[in-house]
Design a protein around this ligand. Structure first.
Ligand code: ADP
Ligand code: ZN
Length: 738
């Protein structure tokens, strides 16, 4: 949860401008302490926010004019700004956002700016690509029919050699031959024209009365300043349809819209729905985009040509000038937290962005985070609720299977009741989903002769067997080796045994049990990339698969009308380790998986295999009682003064040398802040005590809700002498405790 704002100057104030000879501060996208001062050269005048090129040592770096110089050196002694770059200035609200995120996360402002300048090539206008056009025919040119077709095609305008060849139905060599003969000359190609903007006038579906009421409330909030609304409703209740109405309203008001999704690369169905509603696809923003697309999109956002962007958390840092609405779909998702570099939570920072930009933020979820629920209860956020599934589709019946009673056969993982349910679904021609959040064949391999367990040399983690590839792999650092023929410790041959199931092993069990069923595995390593994921979703939707076995990635947003059975193979898995949010997370994830069952006319059922059917999470899932679960969780957190009722910040101390890391962690503990309501827990070796070859220790600062945690941390770290080779990362509001 986000605490008090640092300096909150009005982002709408007129920008300062600087004449030739003035000294300006330029923020560079580098992890430096602050902005550097430069002199405005005589041919230029600059305003705040413009992108410039400046010298830095022997390099040239692009940066942003941040304001008046601060260093106090006379302008004459400063280096000159070299050039102004041809991109629209970074809007004031984006600059304030960079400062805000830096102050909140304790990251250097330049490191945050780097996220806003993630496509350096976009700071120059598009270089026009060259193609061919028809030149004056050289004397004696031999004209074959193929050559004639190429000349005809190019008569209509310049094309690349490949395009001309394709259109003329000839080989590229024909085009190159004409060019070599002097019959063609180089010519700039036109930039691909923009797609038409989304058409907000197109009507959406007829909404049910509760959907209509929620949509009206959201639409009324658009253009009415800053607000945060939780849009809550079970999966399938129409949250997406409802917030698309608010998107239409923002578009009609001439504002840009950002929709954040947790797994954008896997959300092909979302993109299709958007296109069906507004006639064109939205702009996408995520790490899988090819560089040319990223460049075009960054530019289109900055120039206001991109009206709707759907993206992963980093889309928050795009240079929107006219942003009028942000939607965070599946707001409870842990993947909105960035855990490396600048450590921030995109849901919380989206709220900050809304406050700075003076526009509404919509948080949508079937299983809202406790943070958001607490904000609703405190009156800071509004709540809109959609009570039912659309068109009367019933919620699936959830029952637990007690694994202490209904035991699977030795070395199998599916209990008799779950097997019977799969068989029934197959008989009815319906689909099943077996959910197990474990990639690979087996999570642990050990030697039957000596008990040795195969471990990653770089991480505190077991190696996971991937049988199809005959490899053992570390899921933290990617280290992987062939499965050895003998135990690396005692040398016994053929002694290595797989322990426990992963999705590949489950696949083996299902295939043996139901030899006629068509079954497939969907995990992030078997289905890599958006195209493969889309193909798997298509096969499932087309009923080319009877039993789908999947990890987390199958839980997301897909809609399969024939899927009526969801079996959760190990419902207790997420509760192991027991961190602060283990119960909340397990409840959210399993609710989402359960929500895949029975989304259309056919009723669905969900079976949870568990050793602890009385656990509050299992009881909440079986009873479908969201309110009660959240109330009980909140009561427990309040009693322990844990988030959202108290504040946490973690320090992660890491480095290649164990002794140096431990020493630094202990030194930090000795100077730890103390005071009313402030405690520091640790230092202790992190649960992942070794990660990618770095040793890790943790300290956890716990404070009362109103505490200015950043001020405490800043003072603490400023006084710390961290030895070379040791890194201290700050994680404000930690989600992961590994
Ligand atoms: P949620 O986002 O809450 O999971 P969706 O918006 O995805 O729910 O709706 C679930 C399904 O029901 C989707 O296929 C959606 O198109 C359909 N749906 C929801 N509301 C309506 C409506 N008013 N008219 C037609 N179809 C609807
Ligand atoms: Zn590893």
């Amino acid at each position: 949860m986000v605490g008090a704002m640092p300096d909150d100057s009005n982002p709408q104030a007129a920008p300062l401008s600087f004449a030739a000879g003035a000294a300006v501060a330029v923020l560079l996208p580098l992890p430096l302490a602050g902005a550097y001062d430069y002199r405005v050269p005589h041919r230029l005048s600059l305003v705040e926010g413009v992108f410039v090129q400046v010298p830095l040592g022997r390099r040239r770096v692009a940066g942003v004019v941040w304001g008046a110089a601060e260093g106090g050196l006379p302008a004459a002694r400063l280096k000159e700004v070299e050039a102004r770059l041809e991109a629209p200035p970074l809007p004031a609200v984006s600059r304030r956002f960079v400062e805000w995120v830096a102050a909140y996360t304790l990251a250097p402002p330049g490191a945050v700016l780097k996220m806003a300048m993630s496509v350096p090539e976009a700071l120059a206008p598009a270089r026009s690509r060259l193609g061919y056009r028809v030149a004056e025919a050289p004397p004696g040119l031999r004209l074959t029919p193929a050559r004639r077709r190429v000349l005809d095609v190019l008569g209509a305008g310049p094309l690349t050699a490949a395009e001309a060849a394709r259109e003329a139905g000839v080989g590229v060599a024909v085009v190159r031959g004409l060019a070599a003969a002097g019959a063609l000359e180089a010519a700039p190609l036109a930039e691909a024209p923009d797609e038409a903007p989304p058409d907000w006038r197109r009507p959406g579906p007829a909404l049910s009365p509760p959907q209509r009421a929620a949509a009206d409330a959201l639409c009324a909030a658009v253009g009415d300043g800053f607000s945060v609304t939780l849009l809550e409703g079970v999966t399938g209740s129409g949250k997406t349809e409802v917030y698309l109405e608010a998107v239409a309203t923002a578009l009609a008001a001439g504002r840009q819209v950002l929709v954040l999704l947790p797994e954008i690369a896997l959300s092909g169905q979302w993109l299709e729905r958007f296109a069906a509603r507004f006639g064109v696809a939205p702009h996408e923003w995520h790490s899988d985009l090819p560089p040319a697309r990223r460049r075009r999109t960054w530019r289109a956002v900055a120039e206001g040509r991109a009206r709707v962007v759907v993206g992963a958390r980093s889309a928050l840092f795009l240079p929107f000038a006219e942003l009028g609405l942000v939607v965070v779909d599946e707001e409870h998702e842990a993947s909105f937290k960035q855990e490396e570099g600048v450590i921030y939570h995109a849901r919380d920072m989206a709220v900050v962005r809304g406050r700075l930009g003076g526009h509404p933020v919509v948080l949508a979820s079937a299983t809202p985070s406790l943070e958001t629920v607490a904000n609703v209860q405190a009156g800071r956020y509004r709540r809109l609720h959609l009570p039912d599934r659309h068109a009367g589709a019933a919620l699936p019946a959830v029952t637990t299977i007690d694994l202490r009673r209904d035991r699977p056969a030795p070395r199998t993982w599916l209990s008799p009741p779950l097997l019977a349910a799969v068989a029934e679904a197959l008989e009815r021609g319906e689909q099943s989903l077996l959910y197990l959040n474990r990639r690979g064949y087996a999570p642990l391999t050990l030697c039957r002769a000596c008990g040795h367990r195969l471990q990653c040399p770089n991480c505190s983690a077991w190696l996971v067997e991937h049988r199809r590839r005959r490899r053992l792999q570390c899921h933290h650092c990617g280290h992987n080796v062939a499965v050895p023929p003998a135990c690396p410790d005692c040398g016994a041959e053929d002694s290595l045994a797989a322990c426990g199931p992963g999705v590949e092993r489950l696949h083996e069990e299902v295939a043996a049990r139901f030899p006629d069923a068509r079954c497939a595995v969907m995990a992030s390593d078997t289905v890599s990339g958006p195209a493969a994921a889309a193909e798997m979703v298509r096969r499932m939707a087309a009923h080319e698969i009877d039993v789908l076995i999947g990890t987390q990635i199958v839980a997301k947003g897909h809609h399969f009308p024939l899927l009526t059975l969801v079996g959760v193979v190990d419902a207790d898995l997420g509760l192991e380790g027991g961190d602060l949010r283990a119960a909340e997370r397990t409840w959210q994830l399993l609710s989402q998986v359960a929500g895949r069952a029975g989304r259309a006319e056919r009723p669905g059922r969900v079976l949870l295999q568990t050793f602890d059917p009385d656990h509050p999470v299992m009881r909440a899932l079986a009873a479908g009682d969201t309110e009660r679960f959240l109330a009980e969780e909140a009561a427990a957190r309040r009693a322990a003064a844990m988030p959202p009722f108290g504040r946490l910040a973690a320090l992660i101390v890491s480095g290649p040398q164990a002794a140096a890391v431990e020493g630094a962690a202990r030194a930090l503990a000795r100077t730890a802040p103390a005071g009313e309501g402030v405690r520091v827990l640790g230092p202790a070796p992190a649960p992942l005590a070794l990660l990618r070859g770095r040793h890790r220790w943790r300290l956890l600062l716990k404070a009362a809700r109103g505490t200015n945690v950043q001020a405490l941390l800043r003072r603490w770290l400023a006084a710390a002498a961290v030895p070379a080779g040791v890194r201290v990362q700050v994680d404000v509001d930690p989600q992961s405790f590994l």
